[in-house]
Design a protein around this ligand. Structure first.
Ligand code: COA
Length: 375
């Protein structure tokens, strides 16, 4: 039986207009800290509660490589009496904001591929946080775009996009679909605890999309997929307990475990070797030598983690050409990070050149997708 080849036909990107610089973020956070400490001066003096410590721009830049982030709504985040995005609920007859962002990224990918939505057979919404339980966000995106066929949501946290990509590849290879849209709308500002000094700087908002197609219908300049591998290993070191049985109002200070929490140091120590080994193993299986790997489009977790993983894979310190980062302007955008890096950094690739799209994050979860510029 003939198995059709699946390729990446195009990618798309939607970047929210609003931004918050580290200086603005720290200024707001430190005003909150000063207010909290002054309002609780007695309890702090008696030792009943600890005083809060201020954040610093220097720490954020050194620990993460982040300088600024895009967000859907900055005023709510910077308001020290709120400290979460102000995104009003919309009536059911209006498009939801997560779907709206996904549709913008999807349209970008479709336009770049010259593909009409009517020619797409499936939509996967693969992201860390869905706006609601059901109907699936993917079905709303499918409807907004006017796509026939089927759609469903998947959540594998920071690895959602690569897991979605591999799923799309399998649908194409099995003959179930000719073109599959994988959409990654990430409103990370909604799951971040902006009152938590250890993590308040980490995330930003964005949406990406990937169009996976049968090779015989894909446009020129597509990317062949040499191999795709997925891995998960249970860990609570990155966790969010929010769910339909555990709700909390993010506008209240006691919501902390219903938002993103992590043991940052343990994540760093455990995930770097796990991902580096997985990449090297997969390379060996595919017979790809490190000197034949032109670029790594890594999950944009933080600059130090990416630097270490790239060095272990390439055998030397990677330059920006070899392992580009978008952390400075986008911050960590969960599953969308490696796709933004891929989307924005394809210069200099000749037919036959090879690269790696790689995700890692909560679960733990990791995905490695080796690609080759088509002839
Ligand atoms: N501003 C100023 N200082 C801060 C601070 C802030 N916002 N947050 C923490 N600090 C201080 C701490 O209090 C600590 O001070 P101390 O040494 O006097 O106790 C010091 O900075 C180091 O804190 P620590 O939490 O140990 O920082 P770190 O160097 O481990 O960096 C992370 C923190 C999260 C950036 C780092 O662990 C990391 O990159 N982890 C990977 C996890 C990740 O990226 N996850 C995303 C999902 S994939």
């Amino acid at each position: 039986m003939h198995i059709p080849e699946a390729v990446i036909a195009a990618t798309g990107l939607h970047t929210p207009d609003e931004t918050i610089s580290n200086a603005e973020l720290v200024d707001s956070f430190n005003s909150y800290v000063a207010k909290f400490n002054s309002e609780n001066a007695e309890a702090i003096a008696s030792g009943a509660i600890p005083a809060l410590s201020p954040s610093s721009v220097e720490f954020i830049e050194k620990a993460s490589g982040i300088i600024s982030r895009h967000v859907v709504n900055r005023s709510g985040i910077l308001d020290i009496d709120r400290m979460c995005p102000d995104i009003p609920e919309r009536p059911n007859d209006q498009p939801s904001i997560l779907a709206e962002m996904g549709v913008k990224a999807a349209r970008d990918a479709l336009t770049r591929a010259g593909r009409d939505p009517s020619e797409v057979d499936a939509v996967l919404c693969a992201a860390s946080n869905m706006q609601r339980a059901y109907p699936a966000m993917a079905i709303e995106i499918q409807s907004e775009l006017g796509i026939e066929g089927f759609a469903f949501d998947m959540n594998v946290a920071c690895s959602s996009a690569t897991f979605g990509l591999k799923t799309a590849v399998d649908f194409v290879r099995s003959g179930q679909a000719r073109s599959v849209l994988v959409v990654n709308p990430e409103i990370c500002s909604g799951h971040l605890n902006w009152r938590d000094r250890d993590s308040h700087f980490i995330f930003g908002d964005v949406a990406t999309a990937i169009l996976v197609e049968r090779r015989d219908r894909a446009p020129e300049g597509h990317w062949n997929i040499l191999g795709a591998r997925l891995k998960t290993q249970y860990s609570s070191n990155i966790r969010n307990n929010f769910g339909f049985l555990n709700r909390a109002d993010p506008a209240t200070a006691n919501a902390s475990d219903k938002l993103f929490v992590q043991e940052g140091r343990r994540v760093f120590k455990e995930v770097v070797p796990l991902v580096a080994e997985m990449i090297l193993d997969h390379m060996a299986e595919l017979g790809i030598e490190r000197q034949h790997l032109k670029r790594l489009w890594l999950h944009q977790a933080n600059a130090n983690m990416n630097r270490l993983i790239a060095a272990k894979v390439l055998g030397h310190e990677a330059g920006p050409e070899e392992s580009p980062t978008v952390l400075d302007t986008y911050a960590n955008t969960s599953s969308a990070g490696s796709i933004i890096a891929f989307h924005l950094n394809q210069d200099g690739f000749e037919p036959g050149d090879r690269g790696l799209i790689c995700s890692f994050g909560a679960g733990y979860s990791a995905g490695t997708i080796f690609v080759e510029k088509s002839y």
